[in-house]
Design a protein. Structure first.
Length: 477
């Protein structure tokens, strides 16, 4: 991470601060800040606003995830309580020129690590230090062995998962996936930290799936999830799963190759130390993947919805069956008991305000599963966001579902700015609402109940583009 724009964007993502909020706080023009953040304008020689910017961001670093991310990204060595020192460090880091000693250091260390690692291969003893595996079945066995060793060891403090490749090998066997998750949860219960890195070159649906799988681990407080903010070409993919000092898996695949995945499992201490050093360096170039939203009181959810109003862009909503965003109030009242209705009413009013604003002034696009595919199921699908808020399963009756579908069709007749599309495949138990150059709010129920925000603007825009492009192939409801 070498340019001012990349660094500024990273700090703003970690601090969860928008262009509007930061520009107002430090009294600079919002459009100017936006261009600096996108790299469309170079940092001027006179940077009087930087100390104020650093002061504001340092004050916003509060959660353990934010503190860990800022220490790792900027190599800060001081105390988090010394905000003045942190602010000065951020200012110095932001103006550090590309090619400086700070920027050269990772490449020098990384090169040294790799050469030492290759040298360490000479001392491997296959019977005791390492073995090679070929194919997904052996990869699953090697992974299970690594996790079991990590559970049994008191020395393991951090488990590290990094994969450019698809996770199909893990998900194909439902029984294996459950065993894998059980071991991961056991490791978390032992107080061991789990660090996972995801990649932007994944399909959006796969990324959302992965985040939902890992959400139960998120809820333990032991998972730190990151993403690498640059897209790779996916031609040559590598995966690394490490539990220092007991072992590591290194896997390799070539895109469009007929050869299977292969890799090695190692317990060689020289190799493990080098892989640990690589991990520390690589994480300096990664950013936090998600911001978990707490539903208690609704404050964080309301703040994210309010932030949508600052961005002029179509609103896109994607879910299997319509949620409460545009549900008629009388239908909401019929479906819920008195207590549940009182809980949902403030959320419904907020969503109605946002939705009405867009169909009147901008544009709203909604995707639902084809009604005939929904109605053929024995059990109606969960209403995802409503179930999450009420902490219990909420499903339509077929009568209520059809009334809501007809309401969507009536809205299209009334408002030219609203379009509802039907689609064959909508990811089950996932709700997404997104705007370009804003955030994506994602709710999941089922295997993992969670509500989170994708924190990187480029990642969010990829979600928006993916859904927006679907309008070319989907049919109107």
């Amino acid at each position: 991470m070498s340019t001012f724009a990349e660094k500024l964007n990273a700090l703003m993502q970690i601090a969860y601060v928008s262009n509007v909020k930061l520009a107002n706080a430090i009294s600079i023009d919002q459009s100017h800040l936006s261009r600096l953040r996108r790299g469309q304008r170079k940092l001027p020689r006179k940077t009087k606003f930087l100390p104020a910017l650093s002061d504001y961001i340092s004050a916003e670093i509060k959660s353990p995830e934010q503190i860990s991310a800022i220490f790792t990204l900027t190599d800060y060595q001081g105390e988090i309580t010394d905000r003045k020192a942190l602010s000065q460090h951020l200012t110095d880091w932001l103006v550090q020129k590309e090619g400086s000693e700070f920027e050269k250091k990772p490449q020098t260390i990384q090169g040294k690590s790799f050469s030492m690692f290759l040298h360490g291969l000479d001392s491997f003893h296959p019977e005791s230090d390492a073995f090679v595996y070929v194919g997904e079945a052996d990869q699953r066995k090697a992974m299970m062995k690594l996790l079991e060793m990590a559970v049994e060891s008191d020395e393991v403090k951090i488990l590290y998962f990094y994969s450019e490749d698809s996770w199909d090998w893990l998900e194909k066997d439902a029984g294996y996936l459950k065993s894998w998750l059980d071991l991961m949860l056991k490791l978390a219960s032992q107080g061991k930290e789990i660090v996972a890195v995801f990649f932007l070159n994944r399909k959006v649906t796969e990324l959302v799936t992965q985040v939902s799988y890992w959400m139960r681990l998120h809820m333990t407080g032991q998972l730190r999830a990151y993403y690498y903010p640059r897209v790779t070409d996916s031609l040559y993919n590598r995966s690394l799963f490490s539990a220092y000092p007991v072992g590591a898996l290194n896997s390799f695949t070539m895109q469009a190759s007929e050869s299977e995945t292969w890799g090695y499992f190692t317990r060689n201490q020289t190799a493990l130390r080098m892989l640990e050093e690589e991990r520390e360096i690589f994480l300096k170039h990664c950013l936090p993947l998600v911001k978990i939203l707490r539903l208690e009181g609704g404050t964080e959810f309301r703040q994210e919805i309010e932030a949508f109003k600052d961005t002029e862009s179509p609103l896109i909503i994607n879910h299997e069956v319509p949620d409460f965003y545009n549900m008629p109030k009388d239908l909401l009242r019929e479906m819920l008991d008195d207590e549940s209705f009182e809980i949902m009413l403030p959320y419904w009013e907020l969503a109605q305000e946002l939705f009405t604003q867009h169909i009147q002034q901008n544009k709203a696009i909604e995707f639902v599963k084809k009604p005939e595919l929904v109605l053929e199921k024995e059990q109606m699908p969960l209403i995802t966001l409503m179930s999450l808020i009420l902490k219990k399963e909420i499903r339509y009756s077929k009568e209520h579902y059809l009334r809501h579908i007809e309401h969507l069709r009536a809205l299209m007749q009334k408002w030219t700015n609203y379009q509802a599309y039907q689609w064959d495949v909508i990811y089950q138990n996932v709700f997404i609402t997104t705007k370009n150059n804003a955030n994506s709010i994602v709710a999941t129920t089922g295997e993992a109940n969670s509500l989170f925000v994708l924190t990187d603007q480029r990642l969010n825009n990829a979600v928006f583009d993916h859904l927006n492009n679907r309008t070319r192939r989907a049919s109107l409801l």
